[in-house]
Design a protein around this ligand. Structure first.
Ligand SMILES: [Cu+2]
Length: 347
């Protein structure tokens, strides 16, 4: 799972799906040709660049489905390698005094004071008792589960308790923090970030290397079964099954499509720097990444990339009502959190 290919895939899946609705038509077309167009974007954006989850387009199903596939793949790898380590999920979100799954101490995310405070807020006991616990209870209640689609459930989990758990169990990265600001290309994808020691929970390029990732995503995955039971279904009929575009080599895609149309993507030093990896990664993903970076470099006032899906901190989200829909419009504070990804600097 530490392979560059797997890191790229997870990173691209999140960032393309999240950013899609603010990409230019040209970029969307180019990504479509590469097979990397998400059928259901994960976010909408208003004129100020404020993002909201899209609860009703089924992208919440994509979130659940794709991570289910990741879990299956990881289990498969463990089995093939005859590893004794088993992937098991948290049956409940560990309480503050749980010694098996201690919350890493509060820490400073270098260069990002806003994300630092976001993470550290979620580490407090009071956040667990007042917010996470009540959300977990809400999500396990069959009455609530009967009142929402699987897509709505997925969207609610993704921007809420899933992100909270990611940052609550994130800890100081002794390996450092991958630069995420737009001026940091190509350092963003330097080979040093492919080291297995880089497993920080706050970065989609790294989080799946962290054992806590599998614990919390196991918990998320188990909510699907709760939903199925609550709705008296014998099996899940998935509508959202987007697991990303091809990881295979560019030339094999070309062969299939028998065309070279619309595949012009500007090359830069970053591309050259990783040319040696092309065979390994599959240059489809390398091309998709270039388009994504181009889009990220256009952003002036908003997040340049998705590390986690920041949620709303409104009490509405914390104390869900039975009929409420996922509410995840970013408030003023989150907007500044996102901006800090571009402008944030350590004093
Ligand atoms: Cu993910």
């Amino acid at each position: 799972m530490a392979k560059r290919e797997t890191r790229y895939h997870h990173y691209l899946w999140h960032n393309i799906r999240e950013g899609w609705n603010r990409f230019s038509n040209t970029s969307q077309e180019a990504l479509r040709t590469l097979g990397w167009a998400p059928p259901r974007p994960g976010r909408s954006y208003d004129k100020d660049g404020v993002s909201s989850a899209i609860p009703d387009n089924g992208s919440g199903e994509d979130f659940l489905y794709m991570h289910r596939q990741m879990i299956a793949k990881a289990k498969d790898i463990l089995k093939k390698n005859k590893e004794s380590y088993q992937l098991t999920s948290w049956s409940s979100i560990p309480a503050p005094n749980n010694l098996n799954y201690p919350v890493p101490p509060a820490y400073n995310i270098t260069g990002n004071p806003s994300l630092t405070s976001y993470a550290n807020h979620r580490k407090t006991d009071i956040y667990y008792y007042d917010t996470m616990q009540s959300m977990a209870k809400f999500l396990k209640d069959p009455v609530n589960l009967r009142n929402m689609t699987l897509g709505q459930l997925g969207a609610r989990i993704e921007v809420g308790v899933h992100s909270w758990m990611h940052m609550r169990w994130s800890g100081a990265s002794s390996y450092g923090y991958r630069p995420t600001n737009k001026s940091a290309i190509p350092a963003k994808f330097d080979k040093k970030w492919d080291d297995p020691r880089y497993n920080w929970m706050g970065d989609t390029y790294a989080s799946h290397l962290n054992p806590y990732f599998w614990k919390l995503h196991g918990w998320v995955d188990d909510r699907i079964e709760d939903w199925r039971k609550a709705n008296n279904l014998t099996s899940i009929i998935w509508n959202g099954t987007w697991t990303g575009g091809p990881m295979s080599s560019f030339s094999s895609i070309l062969k299939k499509q028998n065309t070279k149309a619309n595949l012009r993507v500007p090359s830069d030093s970053h591309e050259a720097a990783h040319a040696e990896h092309d065979g390994e990664i599959g240059d489809v993903m390398e091309q998709a990444l270039q388009i994504l970076l181009q889009e990220q470099s256009k952003e002036v006032s908003f997040a340049d990339e998705v590390n986690i899906n920041l949620d709303s901190e409104t009490s509405d989200n914390a104390k869900p009502k039975k009929t409420s829909k996922p509410k995840s419009k970013l408030n003023q504070r989150q907007r500044s959190l996102c901006r800090s990804r571009v402008h944030g600097r350590k004093n």
